[in-house]
Design a protein around this ligand. Sequence first.
Ligand SMILES: N[C@@H](CCC(=O)N[C@@H](CS)C(=O)NCC(=O)O)C(=O)O
Length: 209
Amino acid sequence: MAADQIILYGYRLSSCTWRVRAALNFKRIPFEERKVDIVKAQEQLTEKYRAINPAQKVPALVIDGATLVESMAIIDYLEDTRPGPKLTPESPLAKARMREICEIIVSGIQPLQNFGLKLQFNTEEQYLKFSRHHCERGLQTLEELLKKSSGSYCVGDQLTVADLCLVPQLFNITTRLGMTIGKYPTLSALFAKLLAEPVFKETHPKSKQ
Ligand SMILES: N[C@@H](CCC(=O)N[C@@H](CS)C(=O)NCC(=O)O)C(=O)O
């Protein structure tokens, strides 16, 4: 492996992996994506993968001689070390708005619908009921926040980390969890618009690798 090679360990349909894939794409950083099958083969639970990410989750990024885990820490590192378009607004208020949206998704939605939780429920139905309940609460909150903060992106007219969190999460909610978002007009209009952006088209889980 070349010293400057960047490797993303991830799974195409993982929303946390998509956040990082989109950040790398947006900043035009070349990388190789290595699949960790978290669904069928459950490769995240192997000892081999635990050596890469002790949390046994995706993503993990090998970069600059280090292995980083946690999607938000990885994106921060890319923002701090790589030139190119910024993913964080300059103004402290806009930055706080961005973080509000990120937190709702990263702490308030994603962990409560994570595929890995399924094993903790007796039936698929119980898992779906629990996950959909927490997703719905998150969607309600996001709609209210976005009414105030959004322009052509989540926060004003700049693509930020909030958009990188929003699109993958809404994709999961509307596909894997089978929920609809039509009753949230700001959220659904923004989602449709963002999906058409090159950064999301090129990194979409269904796009050609
Ligand atoms: N906070 C972590 C969450 C990572 C996470 O939950 N990843 C999911 C996929 S999006 C996963 O690996 N799930 C498999 C499992 O929990 O076994 C991050 O942002 O990187």
